[in-house]
Design a protein around this ligand. Structure first.
Ligand SMILES: Nc1ncnc2c1ncn2[C@@H]1O[C@H](COP(=O)(O)OP(=O)(O)OP(=O)(O)O)[C@@H](O)[C@H]1O
Length: 248
């Protein structure tokens, strides 16, 4: 059996009297696309932030490929191959699409020496152009990122995250605010990236159609705890899940 890429053990997090996450444990296997869903306020973002070191959990631990990463900062996790996209985009609006993607590559991989003395793009232009082509953004590569539609900027944001060649990416509401045509394209590209590179994804998402068609396995949170886990088909017909959404 292959080792889990991500192993979450007994994570608990409270804010004052609010128990946002209550003893959550799960494993994610290499190459899996795991969806994390649940009604508003069920603890998804808090759990993500605990996994990514942005919040310190009250209890529990997180391992990446068998290494305990509890307490590591985002930059340290990045170096271990863990990436993230945010609900709020991280593109620089005044910079071109190409420069944004090159800069992301430098951030992730450029050493101080290569940044100081190397070529201005640290040799990343060709790779950035391939990544931009993968997301079908080549005609827009010289435009200011801020002039693109929100959906296109989300593609740039994903391209930037993938420049780190991560083994695990946590995607925070990739479908949020994206129109239907762009959404189908975005899903197609994420699935293709997963198939080509074997990169593992964990996706928080409110858009059920998106999550059900992209993910191979789904975990459902309600009131901070896992209430169901299974394939999209199993989750769709799970009465506990239906009740949690209707009651939420
Ligand atoms: N910084 C905070 N301070 C106080 N309470 C918080 C904080 N962050 C989250 N909470 C509370 O913790 C609970 C879980 O919130 P969280 O944002 O993790 O849920 P969520 O499932 O991501 O929700 P949504 O789908 O609406 O984004 C909620 O009751 C929320 O109000």
């Amino acid at each position: 059996m292959s080792e889990a890429v991500l192993s979450v053990r007994d994570i608990t997090k409270s804010f004052g009297g609010i128990r946002a996450v209550r003893g959550v444990s799960f494993d994610v296997k290499p190459g899996e696309v795991l969806g994390l869903i649940g009604p508003n306020g069920s603890g998804k973002s808090t759990l993500f932030n605990c996994i990514l070191g942005q919040l310190k959990p009250d209890t529990g631990s997180v391992s990446v490929s068998g290494r305990d990463v509890s307490g590591l900062r985002a930059s340290e996790l990045n170096r271990l191959g863990v990436g993230r996209t945010f609900q709020q985009l991280s593109v620089f609006p005044k910079m071109s699409v190409l420069d944004n993607v090159i800069l992301a590559g430098q951030e992730h991989r450029g050493t101080l020496v290569s940044r100081l003395f190397g070529p201005s793009d640290a040799g990343l232009t060709a790779e950035a152009e391939r990544m931009i082509a993968f997301f079908r953004l080549t005609p827009l590569k010289d435009q200011q990122a801020g002039s693109l539609s929100y959906g296109q900027q989300k593609l740039v944001d994903a391209a930037m995250a993938f420049m780190a060649r991560p083994r695990l990416v946590l995607l925070d509401e990739p479908a949020g605010g994206v129109n239907l045509t762009m959404l189908a394209h975005f899903k197609d590209r994420l699935a293709a990236y997963n198939a080509e590179h074997g990169t593992t994804f964990v996706v928080i998402e409110h858009n059920m159609e998106f999550v059900m068609s992209l993910c191979t396995r789904i975990i459902v949170l309600a009131e901070g705890a896992i209430i169901a886990e299974g394939t999209p088909d199993e989750i769709r017909s799970n009465q506990t899940v239906i009740d949690a959404y209707l009651g939420g």
